[in-house]
Design a protein. Structure first.
Ligand code: FAD
Length: 469
């Protein structure tokens, strides 16, 4: 078989690259070792987690906030089996959708583990052990990432008692106590799911703030909100051991700055300490493809590895491990392979935490601007002063806008609030076009909407004063 492009890995980076390459007239194949297409994101990541986040949020609302709106449904009864079935059906619809798109775009799909056997050669080994040899002008490595362990700690993730995100999406019953090791996006999202369903959740985090890398004012306020919801935090805590017992497990940790160790017991421990690039058994060493100092496939500014004809993108390369970043890279690489000028603006990649309320941000944090020595103005507006938020009993949170002091160009937008993950895109579009806070402040926003808070924050940034406060 001879191709213009063979993509290894069918996550959002790989499958989007394959579709775009085929749309641009390249003869394209995709290789996936999992039985279904869609990668981590569709099978065990973004999609199933959002199905569980939504369902658990509805359950929680039914038991907590609906009565205040005059909707009294009594004490809701959890049918976890049905909730998990909803999640599985959502995953199936999405992975089937990708299979359909492959057919529609005439991308050949090979099921099996892909290995690079030199530039222009990929061997696919199926479950039956049989090899298929593909010849291609270009190879795109889109093999994604895998669960990272805890540095220096030997953990046996059995996906039953000590689980990764994959096991945490399939718990057969609600744990009484859940310990989440790692206060990043995945840990907080999945911790929220099980807390809403009734678990007592404790997050053990090495750093002093959750969501490391987020704007500090956001992460501090967000932690307070989660604490108000009942989530417990052990901050600045270094996990030194996780021991499985007859039922449940024990997590031992000590202050990161030194001090006495503490041990907590739980029925389930979720290890959510991050993900590592997946480069195993790909034949990279034999093909001479270099990795960078963090084990990612090393690429230049155009996603090309050090070997001609071999490209890499998504979680396996530098940059935020996000599905939409991988997708954008997928499109850009396909365009480059088709002789066009593919490009991704890494300054405008939104990032969202799909808890309740949601947290969303795009661009620079205040801490980054300070350390880069950029002079900026900041404007902030709370959802408490927004009519729609009051009507929806969703007054938690704020919008914060950071703009260049001289040019007023918006450099970063940070939101905590209901629907923040949708609202953030008006900031992303504005920033993509190099817009200013005054542009945003002068843009008519429909009333009453949560998005009016963005405009009020822009008024505060551009003119020093919002209207409704
Ligand atoms: P992946 O999606 O990891 O896909 C890589 C594929 O390559 C896999 O299917 C793998 O089986 C295959 N593969 C690997 N090696 C080979 C080989 N040798 N041969 C054949 N196939 C191979 N991101 C977001 O943006 N939003 C979210 O809400 C979000 N939620 C998440 C929730 C969880 C619980 C997790 C774990 C992740 C989440 N992410 C989210 C991150 C997101 O899933 C990743 O950033 C995204 O999947 C990366 O895409 P990718 O194409 O690089 O790789």
């Amino acid at each position: 078989m001879s191709y213009d492009v063979v993509v290894i890995g069918s996550g959002p980076g790989g499958y989007v690259c394959a579709i775009k390459a085929a749309q641009l007239g390249l003869k394209t194949a995709i290789v996936e070792k999992r039985a279904t297409l869609g990668g981590t994101c569709l099978n065990v990541g973004c999609i199933p987690s959002k199905a569980m986040l939504h369902a658990s949020e509805v359950f929680h609302e039914a038991g907590h906030s609906m009565a205040a709106l005059g909707v009294n449904v009594g004490k809701p009864k959890l049918d976890l089996k049905a909730m998990l079935a909803h999640k599985d059906a959502t995953v199936k619809a999405n992975v089937d959708g990708v299979a359909f798109l492959m057919k529609k775009n005439k991308v050949d799909v090979f099921t099996g583990a892909g290995k690079i056997a030199g530039a222009g050669k990929v061997v696919v080994t199926g479950d039956d052990g049989k090899d298929e040899n593909l010849e291609t002008k270009n190879i795109v490595i889109a093999t994604g990432s895998d669960v990272a362990g805890i540095p220096g700690v030997d953990v046996d993730i059995d996906e039953k008692i000590i689980v990764s995100s994959t096991g945490a999406l399939e718990l057969a019953k609600v744990p009484e106590n859940l310990i989440v090791v790692g206060g990043g996006v995945i840990g907080l999202e999945l911790g929220s799911v099980w807390q809403r369903l009734g678990a007592n959740v404790t997050v053990v985090e090495y750093l002093d703030t959750i969501l490391g890398g987020m704007d500090k004012s956001v992460s501090k306020q967000f932690q307070k909100m989660l604490e108000k919801q009942g989530m417990n935090f052990k901050m600045g805590a270094k996990v030194t051991g996780i021991e499985k017992g007859k039922s449940g497990a024990e997590v031992t940790f000590e202050p990161a700055k030194g001090g006495d160790a503490e041990t907590l017991k739980a029925d389930i421990v979720l290890v959510a300490t991050g993900r590592k690039p997946y480069t195993e058994n790909l034949g990279l060493e034999e093909a001479g493809v270099k990795l960078d100092d963090r084990g990612r496939v090393a690429i230049d500014g155009h996603w090309k590895t050090n070997v001609d004809g071999i490209y890499a993108l998504g979680d396996v390369v530098v940059g935020p491990m996000l599905a939409h970043k991988a997708e954008d890279e997928g499109m850009a690489v396909a365009e480059i392979l088709a002789g066009q000028k593919g490009h991704v603006n890494f300054d405008v990649i939104p990032s969202v935490v799909y808890t309740e309320p949601e947290v969303a941000s795009v661009g620079k944090t205040e801490e980054e601007l300070k350390s880069d020595g950029v002079e900026y103005t900041a404007g902030k507006f709370p959802f408490t002063a927004n009519g729609r938020a009051r009507a929806m009993l969703a007054t938690d949170g704020f919008v914060k806008i950071l703009a260049d002091k001289k040019t007023d160009r918006v450099l970063g937008v940070h939101i905590i609030g209901k629907g923040a993950g949708e609202i953030i895109h008006e900031a992303a579009v504005l920033m993509e076009f190099g817009g200013s806070s005054e542009d945003l402040a002068r843009t008519c926003h429909a009333h009453p909407t949560m998005s009016e808070v963005v405009r009020e924050a822009a008024l505060a940034t551009a003119f020093g004063k919002p209207i409704h406060m």
